[in-house]
Design a protein around this ligand. Sequence first.
Ligand code: DX5
Ligand code: ZN
Length: 217
Amino acid sequence: MNHKVSPSLLSANFANLAADINMLNHSEADWLHIDVMDGVFVPNISFGFPVLKYVAELTEKPLDVHLMIVSPEKFIKEVKALGTMMMNVHYEACPHLHRVIQQIKEADMKAAVTLNPATPVAMLTDIIRDVDMVLIMSVNPGFGGQKFIEHSLEKVKELRRLIDSTGSNALIEVDGGVNLETGEKLVKAGADVLVAGNAVFSAPDPQEMIHRLKALK
Ligand code: DX5
Ligand code: ZN
């Protein structure tokens, strides 16, 4: 299966979101990655549901919503109302992760769990068959444009082994510091979905960058 590319709206021009969303609609992007932050779980605040309502109306791409917030289960209804395809919660934010994953699925969304850089892949052993995707954070969450943590490659390989040995169908997504160089290594290590913010939006031609990220082998 070819890997997917999910550009992160966090690096877009927030005063001109319609133009950037329109650009992505006409690109080879597979999904639109949406980073919601609360200033508590991560040391930054991005955007919330009043803004995302309009983003959701404009985008033609399936929404890949990454919640960097405490108690994400409180917002399942709001996330669903956007028409979200994939709802992504942090392992570190969910003491009752199994319940949250079931609630997301009951709301008819795909369910993903995200691991911070310091959280081992082995923590997912008992939930890997229940999730549709695992997101490996390859930077500490909260900001775009950070440097890729090289150890993430080992985590992707380990996760690939866990998925293959358990018969799980989970996709592997990687988020943070993804560019053409780290993206190529990630695809070789077994990543199914590349998130890219800065690499796309700081490129002279963002659509061409998405094309090149899609073409990595
Ligand atoms: C960081 C966010 C990322 C961010 C990635 O907390 O989860 O999705 O937008 O940005 P880049 O690709 O610039 O590292
Ligand atoms: Zn993200």
